[in-house]
Design a binder for this molecule. Structure first.
Ligand code: FAD
Length: 435
């Protein structure tokens, strides 16, 4: 998750693949506790962040070579966790032997049903484990479990292969814990190798001495092993591949997170960043030109509507101002007019005869195409003529504008206006002299 987060922040396109059905699985238990204390859901915060960053999350998918060869990533960051190990010398069929995956599987169901608080309380009365428990593996995980079991009245023995108990536990807490263990009668065997797990318990070898640790339940919490099979099988499908966290070297959460951050920080080089900047600049330019076209189309639509509005209101100077200096007007039943000043005169002296401000005009269905400083636009014009004395509608006229536009001194103007009638009175136009 940390690798995905940092990679996305640095501009990479990220796909996070998780074989389980929840990508924040470990945190969901923790999350419930956080929410119970009135804080914002950490899972929600993470999910929102991942959404904003655009990380694509695929759950219930076990990444394999097929998957990798299909999506063809440039870089793989592998954080598939360590490998659990079970002593090969188990001869007992009677003893209850629990491995971490089994423990995890069982705990997961109960945690989902009851939540951590209630389950913790419940296990004080019911825990499917014998009275005498041997824990094989005495690092942080083993010590945590030992503490949990002692509090549930189990007689606990810790068997550790190395000379150190509590690897991973912070020093001041370890001292307190070991003191508490000795008060509670927890037996600890260091430098002890498991030779056999038989019907009596666990046979260990400590300083060349065989010792039997009697136990009803044996929990295997030996340190995880690195897990590099996937790394090796993915190697030939990708140019860059990194293993981080427990699959590289089993350790703690903080180490896995730190490695993720460190690796991703170095996967994007200065050259990558420069390339990314060039790509982004290119993209911005493309977007700018698209936005410019949209703004131009909008301005042209406004211009056309302003013109029709001025036409309705017989504001002839306003109409003339919608045209470019060397514009041409070529409309049905009129001779072509060239140049803005002639157009102005034409409005006042000629068009005003048939457009007396008593008709309702509107333009619809604009199709506008812009190319640089020039544009073309087609509009459908409706004109409803009214009888001036009664205000009753007389008839409708419909026809197409096929116009051209030009950007003049930074503003769009009509450079050519043609209009042809599609529907109207036979012979065309309103009866002159009606009003
Ligand atoms: C019992 C126990 C208790 C622990 N207690 C603590 C503790 O208190 N504090 C602490 O700091 N550390 C603790 N640790 C260690 C800690 O859990 C690990 O160091 C840490 O989780 C490592 O993170 P990771 O991302 O490398 O691997 P993991 O957390 O194991 O995550 C690997 C993920 O990869 C997924 N996966 C595997 N293969 C595939 C695949 N092919 N395709 C898709 N997904 C896949 C798995 O489903 C899993 O979700 C404990 C470990 C154990 C076993």
């Amino acid at each position: 998750m940390e690798a995905s987060r940092v990679a996305a922040l640095r501009g990479h396109e990220v796909i996070l693949v998780e074989k389980e059905n929840r990508w924040v699985i470990a945190l969901s238990f923790l999350d419930k506790r956080i929410r119970n204390r009135g804080f914002v859901s950490y899972n929600k915060v993470l999910q929102n962040n991942f959404k904003k960053l655009g990380v694509k999350i695929i759950t219930k998918k076990e990444a394999d070579t097929n998957f990798v060869s299909t999506i063809k990533p440039d870089v793989i960051i592998l954080a598939c966790g360590g490998k659990f190990r079970t002593p090969e010398t188990i001869t007992s069929k009677k003893k209850k032997i629990i491995t971490v995956p089994e423990l995890h599987k069982k705990a997961k169901i109960f945690l989902r049903i009851f939540g951590p608080r209630f389950l913790g309380w419940l296990t004080r009365f019911w825990l499917p484990m014998g009275k005498k428990v041997a824990i094989v593996g005495g690092s942080l995980q083993g010590c945590e479990l030992a503490e949990f079991l002692v509090k549930r009245n189990r007689e606990v023995t810790i068997i550790e292969e190395s000379g150190k108990i509590g690897e991973g536990v912070v020093d001041f807490r370890l001292a307190l814990l070991l003191d508490w263990f000795s008060k509670k009668g927890v037996k600890i065997y260091k430098n002890a190798k498991v030779e056999e797990i038989n019907d009596e318990g666990v046979v260990i070898n400590q300083n060349n001495q065989q010792i039997l640790v009697p136990a009803d339940t044996i929990i295997i919490l030996s340190p995880l092993l690195p897990n590099i099979e996937l790394y090796n099988s993915f190697k030939r499908y990708v140019k860059e591949i990194y293993a981080i966290g427990d699959c590289k070297e089993p350790s703690l959460i903080v180490d896995a997170i730190h490695q993720a951050w460190e690796i991703v920080r170095h996967t994007m080089t200065i050259e990558d960043l420069q390339r990314k900047i060039v790509e982004l600049e290119q993209k911005i330019k493309e977007l700018e030109s698209r936005v410019q076209i949209l703004e131009d189309i909008n301005e042209i639509k406004e211009l056309q509507r302003r013109y029709v509005d001025a036409l309705i209101c017989t504001e002839w100077d306003e109409c003339a101002e919608c045209f470019s200096e060397d514009a041409v007007v070529d409309v049905y039943l009129h001779k072509p007019v060239h140049g803005k000043e002639n157009i102005r005169r034409w409005f006042k002296e000629e068009l005003s005869k048939t457009h007396a401000g008593k008709e309702g005009d509107f333009v619809v269905h604009p199709i506008v195409k812009v190319e640089g400083d020039k544009a073309k636009g087609r509009w459908l014009l409706y004109m409803m003529y009214m009888y001036p004395r009664t205000g009753q509608s007389l008839f409708w006229v419909q026809g197409y504008y096929k116009n051209e536009y030009v950007r003049e001194k930074g503003k769009w103007k009509i450079s050519l206006m043609t209009w042809t009638e599609r529907l109207g009175l036979p012979g065309g136009g309103p009866p002159t002299g009606l009003w």
